[in-house]
Design a protein around this ligand. Structure first.
Ligand code: ADP
Ligand code: ZN
Length: 220
């Protein structure tokens, strides 16, 4: 029996993957595994992984496949993910990661790959105005009217622009998405596990669409 819900969330940077993954994880009571967040935490803690990843992250490039696969392998083998399942946010991002992940999960394959679809022009606008709490990663949208020392409503931390949300790094990340990550769409399409969900609309509307896909699939 394959207990649990295993979901891969997939889509351009700024498509709303993080927000929707968190909501899905809460709804299905499974851990939300964000590789971007794991890496940013590693950088904050100045761990070995963090030191290896920092410059790559700031340039908007991808961290090495081997390192990513071992990070994720470590995380999904923990008790909560083994028993309940997971929402995987930001991984796999290359064909190499996807094939490695397939062999890791051979006995319990991922049930849903959701492609949250938002075009490049729109995500470019969203990312340019995105601001993030340094402490808790809460996301805000800049309007230009904020004070210089903008504080997070949730935790009081400083609200800043992520170093990889600079115009140069944003464009780099979107290019990397097209060349390295977009090929995964046909990879998963080929195995019939891909569901394309329109990412335009309010967070509630988008969440309802994704939830319908997963709940319909679970009933089958
Ligand atoms: P975004 O999707 O907006 O780029 P993430 O928080 O998912 O934001 O990722 C931030 C950065 O972390 C990426 O630009 C990349 O450098 C690194 N990263 C995250 N996940 C992966 C992955 N699966 N493979 C390689 N690098 C990754
Ligand atoms: Zn905060």
């Amino acid at each position: 029996m394959s207990a649990g819900v295993r979901i891969i969330m997939f889509g351009r940077q700024g498509a709303g993957k993080g927000t929707q993954s968190a909501r899905l994880a809460k709804h299905f009571d499974v851990p939300h595994i964000s590789t971007g967040e794991m890496l940013r935490n590693a950088v904050k803690q100045d761990s070995v992984v963090g030191r290896a990843a920092k410059a790559v992250l700031d340039r908007g490039e991808l961290v090495d496949d081997g390192l990513m696969v071992s990070l994720v392998q470590g995380r999904i083998s923990q008790e909560d993910a083994r028993t309940a399942g997971f929402v995987l946010d930001g991984f796999p991002r290359t064909i190499g990661q996807a094939t490695a992940f397939d062999s890791l999960t051979q006995t319990r394959p991922v049930g849903f790959v959701i492609d949250l679809d938002v075009n490049r022009e729109i995500v470019l606008g969203r990312l340019s105005s995105r601001r993030t709490c340094e402490r808790c990663d809460a996301i805000y949208t800049a309007t230009g009217k904020e004070p210089n020392n903008w504080k997070c409503e949730k935790c009081g931390g400083a609200v800043v622009q992520r170093t990889d949300d600079s115009p140069v790094a944003i464009n780099k990340r979107l290019d990397v998405y097209e060349t390295q990550t977009a090929p995964l769409i046909s990879y998963y399409q080929g195995r019939g596990s891909l569901h394309v969900v329109d990412g335009l609309g309010s967070p509630d509307q988008v969440f309802d669409r994704i939830k319908t896909v997963v709940e319909t699939g679970l009933r089958r």
